[in-house]
Ligand binder design. Sequence first.
Ligand SMILES: [Cu+2]
Length: 162
Amino acid sequence: MRRGTTIYLYELAWILPSIAIPVGMLVALIVTAFGAGIHVPGDEGRVDPTKLAVTSPFDQPGVFEVGPGRYEARMVAGTWFFAPNEIRVPAGSTVTFVATSKDVVHGLFIPKVNVNVMLLPGWVARVVARFDRPGEYPFLCHEYCGIAHHTMWGKVIVEPRS
Ligand SMILES: [Cu+2]
């Protein structure tokens, strides 16, 4: 009888955390998703990844001035390219990257300005970065996407203000 009670308490010491930990994680998930509003990076709308060539704004990838010192870079990622893979803006610009993937999961990583988003086919990602200093800011795909993944990169060229 005594031994039985001992085993029960010992099991309880494991049973309680094994319930409490998943419940705690679920609560954390619910709080971050609904309370803090954190979602999959790309919850800016959906597109049909097979029809990007005829879907605005991805039918015209490129860099567009949307206001004084503000640019929008509309980008498509695919195996194994970024379109565009060269973006030119003057120093002091704020660039909104609106990007998606046309095939598999890619990523957009611009280390110098801390841009880091996944590009999921069918999802539109939107991320904002400010480019104050002139120079080159390489960006790359940081989600392994196949044999030529390592060739998938481009750069933001920030030109000095004249
Ligand atoms: Cu990729």
